[in-house]
Design a protein around this ligand. Structure first.
Ligand code: BYC
Length: 315
């Protein structure tokens, strides 16, 4: 009975558009799903540094190199804000990292695709950051305060990232025939995986209905995907690109673009760990984690020494 009342009060508080804060009472399910989602989001930011980091040494000019370096560094920052937001719910960062390294915690499917040409860096900024923004702008209004505030900051940087990606694409679209071909090829490879970023279709989405009630999620996977398609088609046309979907067409009645069926078998395989680069990505993170162990140990030893010193001078 007491639990029933607590749950009702919690829901009313959320329905009145209040934010839940770390010290507030919350149902275990709310805490669990947020730790899952924020953790997955944080891991995506960190793993997402790998495909782009792959091009830092090969960026075509010093200007492009400096911009890409800054962008990849921003993603590390996003990971940090998000791990901190998850930590407010009582989970520690080492545990989250270990869950990611063991394959227990997921990260976004998109980062399991290779970056084989410079145009891929443009396509990632434009499409991947573009899709991330659609999702994250919606999530800025999520009901959990620390997550919402982290997202407000992330979105500001992410929109800059999207523009830098689109600017790379504009430059290539005005370039040689070979550059135009390279851009079309990157677009062909990233279009469908970008649509998969929004998750399974609403009818197959396990968490959506409860998470919408709790206002963790403000828009459904399919609604966000549709929004992304609607805004991206004109951008692709401006670049002179052909969208790799014969079923894509404007629907006068709905006021949206209709588009073809996503290859859900591919999506499920990538999420299960069988995408083109899953093993490579996890191996890279495992290597970094074990090679960085001495840094973590040194930081702990230093903090303990400082604590002892402070205790001695206080005595
Ligand atoms: N990849 O019930 P559902 C970025 C999982 S951007 C892998 O619909 P939910 C970046 C889902 O976790 C990318 N797994 O879930 C950009 C669940 O698995 P479990 C990161 C996926 O949570 C540029 C299951 O499928 N953004 O970081 O209601 C540069 C059922 O799905 C995917 C975020 O993470 C996927 N694409 O909705 C650098 C945003 N989709 O846990 C970095 C925050 C679904 O039940 N996350 N799954 O085993 C969200 O908004 C939501 O979690 C989603 C999914 C919309 C993604």
């Amino acid at each position: 009975m007491e639990m029933e009342i607590a749950l009702q009060k919690f829901q009313q508080y959320i329905d009145a558009e209040n934010k839940i804060e770390a010290k507030d009472w919350m149902p275990e399910g709310y805490r669990k799903t947020l730790i899952r989602q924020i953790g997955q989001h944080a891991h995506s930011e960190i793993i997402g540094m790998l495909p782009e980091g792959n091009w830092i040494t090969r960026a075509p000019s010093l200007r492009r190199k400096a911009i890409l370096l800054a962008k990849v560094q921003d993603e590390a920052g996003h990971g940090l804000y998000l791990y901190c937001a998850a930590e407010t719910m009582g989970v520690d960062r080492d545990t989250m990292t270990e869950e990611m390294l063991s394959g227990k915690a997921k990260y976004s499917s998109i980062f399991n695709y290779p970056t084989t040409s410079w145009a891929d860096i443009g396509a990632i900024g434009w499409l991947v950051d573009g899709a991330a923004i659609v999702n994250q702008v919606s999530l800025q209004r999520t009901s959990y305060g620390p997550y919402s505030r982290a997202l407000i900051r992330i979105c500001k940087e992410e929109s800059f990232h999207q523009r830098q990606g689109y600017e790379i694409c504009i430059a290539l679209s005005k370039g040689t025939a070979e550059q135009k071909k390279m851009l079309q090829d990157a677009f062909n490879r990233f279009w469908w995986p970008a649509l998969m970023m929004f998750g399974p279709s609403d009818k197959d989405s396990a968490h959506s209905s409860q998470n919408m009630i709790w206002k963790i999620k403000r828009h459904s996977n399919d609604d966000m995907r549709q929004k992304f398609v609607d805004m991206t088609v004109a951008q692709a046309e401006y670049l002179g690109l052909t969208i790799p979907d014969p079923d894509l067409k404007w629907n006068e009645e709905t006021g949206h673009y209709d588009f073809g069926e996503i290859d859900w078998t591919e999506f499920n395989e990538v999420v299960k760990g069988n995408g083109p680069c899953n093993k490579e990505r996890i191996a890279a993170k495992q290597k970094a984690w074990s090679e960085g162990a001495w840094v973590r140990e040194a930081a702990v030893a230093y903090a303990e020494k400082q604590k002892e010193k402070a205790a001695q001078s206080a005595a």
